[in-house]
Write a protein that binds this ligand. Sequence first.
Ligand code: FEO
Length: 165
Amino acid sequence: MLSKKLQDALNEHIKNEFYSAYVYLSMSAHLAALHLPGLARWMRLQSQEEMAHGMKLFDFVLERGGRVVLKAIEQPPGQLQSALDVFQQALKYEQKVTDMIHRLYELAVKENDYATQVMLQWFITEQVEEEGAAGEIVEQLKMIGKEPTALFMLDRQLGGRGADS
Ligand code: FEO
């Protein structure tokens, strides 16, 4: 059985993952408006991944006999500029999420909840991948600078992202 403290923290993080989906969907719309359909598609798939992360926690809470309480989701930030700016913000955001996952893990340790620790290990690994992917794109966009042909090529390449990667 989940402790009340852990259940509350997991419910809070379900909201955080759905908020992430909202943030990335907003970024996707912005990239589409910048005429970068490949990057927009990449970000839309990222948004779908975040929904899946939220559902993973949702199912875990239910499986443990806990109660899911869905919280209000805030409006995502609207101040987005270039593609580089978007991916820099995405990277910063993922670093924040990593920190949240680590705090959750610490709480699961404190509460002696082994099942939650094991479940969160998946998220810890996932965060390494997510920070790595966003960081790589940031570096590529920095290299590209204001070179439109290179940006066009990167857009085509990232637009080929598979739905499960
Ligand atoms: Fe669900 Fe991007 O962390």
